[in-house]
Design a protein around this ligand. Sequence first.
Ligand code: SUO
Ligand code: CP
Length: 318
Amino acid sequence: MKYFTSVHDVKSVEQMLQDALALKKNPLGFQHLGKGKTLGLVFLNQSLRTRLSTQKAGNNLGMNVIALNVGQESWTWEFDDNVVMNGAKVEHIKDAAAVMGQYCDVIGIRCFPSLTSREDDYNEKVINQFIKYCRVPVVSLESATRHPLQSFADLITITENWNKPSKPKVVLSWGHHIKPLPQSVANSFTEWMRNADVDFVVTHPEGYELSTEFTQGVKVTHNQDEALRGADFVYVKNWSSFEDYGQTPAVSGDWLLTPERMQITNNAKVMHCLPVRRNLEVSDSLLDGENSLILQQADNRLYAAQAVLKEILETNFF
Ligand SMILES: NCCC[C@H](NC(=O)CCC(=O)O)C(=O)O
Ligand SMILES: NC(=O)OP(=O)(O)O
């Protein structure tokens, strides 16, 4: 594997899942793989979990890790070609990526969508340019349309919490927010669940349909109760409209996940990728309750990142 930008880059999800579970038992067992190798982490947006877990994953594999916050500690980047750069953007991504590729053996990049140009975002304008110009293996730390390290950690978490022979019912349920958020986490979770042995349902208000590129063949309903009935896992996430791109159409009804609403589930576990807007998306009592998996999900980000980096190091492009 040279690039990890979606589930489609993974040769065997089952194999990588087993690898992550093994790494969780023996996180320091492969330090020789990364010895003398440098992992660069590039952030065009904020982060807590992704930054710290991926840095730790690199360290656990013996790598040196360097991180850059673009725009805050570094020069601002231009992404368009053939422009006269006489404005606020200081450096073109083609130069920045090429330089970083000289310093790093593997690079992770976080680049949220603009939420203004659907075309640019769904063509993955930023991460694809970065991949093109840096010439080294690249790991998505959440791009315009996907967050594969998160979804992989979510799959690890679901696997750890399910030991019955039947498939679990997994529900992705839209939650309220105060501002437009990317569709990346929802797209990506949907894509990974389609590849997993689960019964998967997505529920959201009208106007919040995800791209059919992700939901084709997936059960989608506007009726949250119908989706929650008999659920084993409920994953809450806000996202903005794909159709009316980046907008937040008016929502009828209350989508906050509460203990009362959870009563129709099969004593479901509660999931969220974090950061979560408490009592807007999910109520405190659920997030802090015994069925909450939010901390286990965050913990598994480390092993997801480690399994991905290990596979890249083992493929040996160096
Ligand atoms: N898993 C990381 C989520 C990152 C991002 N959330 C945010 O930007 C939340 C910001 C806020 O709550 O104001 C998202 O939804 O893609
Ligand atoms: N879940 C997640 O990606 O968290 P951060 O945005 O804090 O990295």
